[in-house]
Design a protein around this ligand. Structure first.
Ligand SMILES: [Zn+2]
Length: 632
């Protein structure tokens, strides 16, 4: 996923194990245990899921069945425990083969606000099976399923057809499929999806660009993936090819703009294979979603889901595509064992993203993006408690969607950059290629990564860096003293200009922005003096047209400043920004800045109340948390 959240809050911190009953003994934290799944995966493991679901836009529900094909590990198994959230289950049957299914009793356990509700399926006493178990569940999703967003036509680009999309990461797959919802279990899946006949369904599977519209679509995902990568979208979706193996799906109204913006996708894929080894997934397509998609992108295999806020018209925000593509190796091919090891997905991917961007767009652009990432990391260190600043902190309670801000992205990237610097690019690239090959289609903990790194890199070149230095990154807050600090000559000169103009030593016309990247403008805005007058802000806006920027990152940066500085002449356009975008990163920090500026908390609440019907549940949850924190 990419940069879900710019800024965040942590309400809960807990270092030891999760015990729901206070009378239980507190056990030591177990890094191999997934504290965010109820499933009894020590006794039984799913290897395949078969879905048959009808998409009902009128009730905002999926209705149908899921068949789980499972392997029994423990012969004493008496029940199967699955993860669910708000699912309406009508019948469960079990058997060893399709011909020998029998009805099974089931009941729900206690609901947890974050984790949902365990589904307990009791195995009948006369069940005959050696090792295979087939579990069929008839069910219906809740209209407010946390994974599914049902958009009315007016919230789409075309305005005529409804749209549905899923977001299963981190633990939302359980709100649309009853399953073992943990990244430590890998499954293949098939699906038959029934939709209104004029709409097209696409999934993180073998989409065929030539599929005729029929209202019934069949999918197969033959490679084993973790549950958080199961994805579905339904809408008035069309396809345009980008290259031999790549293409883009979206509504016809934004199809040409999307094909233009993401024209480098095939080039990225070709370069990625050169750098990281073979692409294992067949096609690589993009799906450009309506504005309410809460993230920059989601790396659903074969079909990355992408925010339309990247459509800047100048390819300036395509590092998100490099990021989602890179997840085809780090994340999708080699997966974090639990959400606590998220840096193995996100930090590794941010590093691979920078390598891809360097090949295609050059070093200067990567330097700019690395500096902005580093600035964001410093903000994160201000806001996240030290216990959650390690790359691999104990993580037994809290919300896997947001437990350390974006620290796992930027700090993780810096660790890998540090390894590259210490061992040289050639050695490090060899290490990475063997890491992906040796762990393909597996999950990995931070501890297993460290052992592998030690054996294959650290101990081979003992003088360069030792194990204890890497442990500092994994288990200590902040950054080690010898962490690499990114620099960019272009951003440095923009910061100087911002200071000189703020101080009045140069005029606005002395600043030539013709050659500036959007990243340079972002850095310029962030380096303006704290005490700028309203007149100076208005002069800046009039000359650089910042309130009217078509670049989402410039708008975000500008309107955070507008809110912090209480520059009311731009509030109307600030509100337009909050209504134009739904991506959490673009709106939440603006609400936060308004709420925290000492005068505009009520105004922020009012703007949110007016805009919230356009936002995804994940975004709404985030802004509510932000407001609650300000209220404290
Ligand atoms: Zn990501």
């Amino acid at each position: 996923m990419l940069r879900s959240i710019g800024f965040f809050i942590l309400a809960i911190f807990l270092v030891s194990a999760c015990t729901k009953d206070s009378t239980e003994q507190v056990e030591p934290y177990d890094p191999a245990h997934d504290y965010f799944s109820f499933a009894n995966t020590d006794q039984i493991i799913t290897h395949r899921v078969e879905l048959d679901l009808t998409v009902d836009f009128s009730t905002k529900q999926l209705d149908g069945n899921a068949i789980l094909l499972m392997d029994i590990i423990d012969p004493r198994l008496s029940e199967v425990v699955l993860d669910t959230r708000q699912l309406d289950i009508s019948e469960v049957s079990v058997g060893d083969t399709i011909d020998r299914m029998q009805t099974a009793k089931f009941h729900f356990g206690e609901t947890d606000a974050v984790e949902g509700t365990p589904l307990h399926i009791t195995l009948p006493n006369d069940l005959v099976t050696e090792a295979d178990l087939r579990v069929k569940i008839e069910y219906r999703t809740h209209p407010e399923s946390s994974a599914l967003q049902w958009l009315p036509p007016e919230l789409t680009a075309g305005g005529k057809h409804p749209f549905l999309f899923s977001q299963s990461q981190a633990i939302h797959a359980r709100s649309w499929i009853p399953l073992q919802d943990t990244p430590s279990v890998r499954i293949t899946y098939s699906a038959t999806i029934h939709t209104p006949p004029e709409l097209l369904a696409v999934m993180s599977a073998n989409n065929d660009p030539l599929t005729p519209r029929s209202g019934e679509y069949k999918f197969e995902m033959p490679q084993p993936i973790p549950s958080y990568l199961i994805a579905l979208a339904v809408g008035n979706i069309y396809f345009a090819p980008l290259g031999e193996q790549t293409g883009v799906y979206t509504e016809p109204e934004v199809l040409d703009a999307s094909a233009f913006e993401f024209s480098s996708t095939q080039d990225m894929l070709d370069n990625a294979e050169e750098l990281f080894g073979p692409y294992e997934w067949g096609r690589y397509d993009l799906l450009i979603l309506p504005p309410s998609f809460p993230y920059g992108g989601m790396e659903n295999p074969r079909l990355s889901f992408i925010t339309p806020s990247l459509l800047a018209g100048d390819h300036s925000l395509v590092s998100v595509i490099a990021h989602e593509l890179a997840h085809s190796w780090s994340g999708n091919l080699v997966t974090n064992a639990t959400w606590r090891d998220g840096w193995l997905n996100e930090g590794m991917t941010s590093y691979l993203e920078s390598r891809l961007m360097e090949v295609i767009y050059g070093e200067a652009r990567v330097d700019e993006e690395s500096v902005l990432g580093y600035q964001e990391l410093l903000l994160n260190f201000d806001r996240v408690i030290p216990e959650r600043q390690a790359l691999a902190p104990p993580f037994a309670t809290g919300d896997p969607d947001d437990f350390q801000g974006t620290i796992h992205y930027h700090k993780g990237q810096l660790l890998l950059q540090h390894l590259e610097n210490s061992f040289g690019r050639e050695s490090f690239d060899k290490f990475l290629e063997s890491y992906f090959a040796d762990h393909a289609f597996q999950t990995i903990t931070s501890e297993a990564f460290l052992d592998y790194l030690d054996k294959n890199l650290l101990s081979q070149h003992e003088d360069n860096l030792d194990r204890s230095k890497v442990e500092e990154w994994l288990y200590q807050p902040g950054l080690p003293a010898d962490a690499p600090i990114p620099t960019s000559a272009t951003l440095d000169s923009a910061a100087e200009l911002a200071k000189s103009w703020s101080a009045g030593t140069i005029g606005i016309l002395d600043i030539s922005t013709d050659e500036w990247s959007p990243q340079t403008m972002v850095h310029f805005i962030n380096n303006l003096a704290d005490d700028l007058s309203t007149g100076k802000l208005a002069e800046l806006d009039a000359n650089f047209r910042l309130s009217d920027s078509g670049n989402a990152e410039i708008s975000r940066t500008w309107f955070i400043q507008i809110a912090e500085r209480k520059h009311r002449p731009a509030y109307e356009k600030l509100e337009a920004h909050l209504n134009r975008y739904g991506r959490t990163r673009l709106v939440d920090p603006v609400y936060r800045a308004l709420a925290e500026n000492g005068e505009d908390f009520e105004l922020a609440k009012g703007m949110f109340a007016a805009a919230r019907s356009k936002y995804h549940p994940i975004t709404i949850n985030k802004i509510n948390t932000t407001f609650a924190k300000v209220d404290e």
